[in-house]
Design a protein around this ligand. Sequence first.
Ligand SMILES: [Zn+2]
Ligand SMILES: [Zn+2]
Length: 334
Amino acid sequence: MDGVATDRQRAFRRVNTPRSVRYWRRMADDDPLDDAERRWLRLVDARPDLAAAVDLQRVLVTRSVELLAQTRRIVRGASAAPADLLDRLARQRAPVLDLAVDLDVDRVLPFLLGFCDDFASGGAGDPARRVRAVLERGEIEPGSLLRASLARRQEAIRQRANHVGVAPDLVWLVAELAVGPVAWRLQHEALVSDASAPLAVRDALRDWSRGECPACGSWPALAEVRDGRRHARCSFCGADWLPRAEACVYCSAAGETFLAAAADQPATGRHIEFCRACGGYLKRIELPAATTFAILPVLDLETSDLDVLAVGRGYARPSMRPVAEPEAPCPEEA
Ligand SMILES: [Zn+2]
Ligand SMILES: [Zn+2]
């Protein structure tokens, strides 16, 4: 019967359609890749010099979106919320989550290797092929690498990469791409979701005024100004928080050493925050709504002219904060 479905029929279908299929239909309605594609086309139109960067990003973001759809099965119901989550939020010491949960590594591995292939064919060539080879041979054990990346242990990853003679930045990057969507899901479920994050936690998160990401401790990729408020967006897990206004996110300096300058004349809502105290900069973009996790790299690329501008003036984005050692010391594996 192809007639108009009654409410009862629709309700029946809803109940009898598997969750995974309903999830995909919802995804299809507002597919982040449709939005991304429109933006990439616009960007290449305006900036032909970014065509190669857009091509690589298209492949990487498409793979990330596929990975994002599998994260529920990858984390197997694990939670990153520690028992003392509210205390950690109150003390404002990042990371408040224990992100290095037990993963289904077999499900992540094809993505990890796929990102290596994307870089190999997207311009990185042999160095990316060598990273893939050491992962396949187990010289860098994929499970350990993914857990170290979730825990943001950059120095440990660099050391291992140097030890086996592959490019540390590339190893860090492919691992970050392979677990970023997992980190997004873990932080969303532990800190944001109405369904799984306690109200007290969601309230406490609104008081987080530090510059670093509460969930994972990374620096923000950029700031979004929405409804007049400056939201930082994590470069790794996509978390969204409200750092102290009119102060440097990196060193907290305020006053004369901190300046937010308009990037365009006439004004377009794009600013760069400069800090003369630490030499750091942060892009600040006015937007009508929050950028979804999958599209954050696109926003970053769209505003890459601001990075060029800031770096040209001698400012930099600081590297990853060293991770705080666990308060209860636990031995590192050799
Ligand atoms: Zn984060
Ligand atoms: Zn600063």
